[in-house]
Design a protein around this ligand. Structure first.
Ligand SMILES: NC(=O)c1ccc[n+]([C@@H]2O[C@H](COP(=O)([O-])OP(=O)(O)OC[C@H]3O[C@@H](n4cnc5c(N)ncnc54)[C@H](OP(=O)(O)O)[C@@H]3O)[C@@H](O)[C@H]2O)c1
Length: 84
């Protein structure tokens, strides 16, 4: 790592579960959260003291104004936006 220091993060993981809010299960929310939020939060924590040139994530407009049948995905993207 000293020879090849990490100086940028590109987080492109994501999972969509197409379920409306009144039908979404805890397992589905956990699946969406794991793909979209947990990895980015861990990377942010692990690299907190390291100066980076870039920390790139791929969010979705669903996090801003929602998306039909994608309640968990929308919440996860809003969380990602908040992290960034
Ligand atoms: N495509 C679009 O129109 C669009 C629009 C808005 C935002 N985005 C966002 O842009 C990003 C990339 O989209 P994409 O179309 O390239 O998605 P994709 O083809 O579905 O690829 C998503 C990748 O995330 C990985 N992944 C899922 N859950 C994971 C987890 N818990 N841990 C680690 N990796 C995980 C998947 O790995 P496996 O294949 O091994 O499951 C897959 O390689 C995503 O965050 C997506 O939400 C995409």
């Amino acid at each position: 790592l000293a020879e090849y220091p990490v100086d940028a993060v590109v987080h492109a993981a994501g999972t969509v579960v197409n379920t409306s809010l009144d039908a979404v299960s805890a397992d589905e929310l956990a699946q969406v959260w794991a793909g979209k939020v947990a990895g980015a939060v861990h990377l942010d924590a692990v690299l907190a003291d390291r100066p980076l040139d870039a920390f790139v994530v791929f969010s979705s407009i669903a996090g801003v104004w929602g998306s039909g049948g994608q309640a968990g995905y929308a919440a996860a993207n809003a969380c990602l936006d908040g992290l960034v």
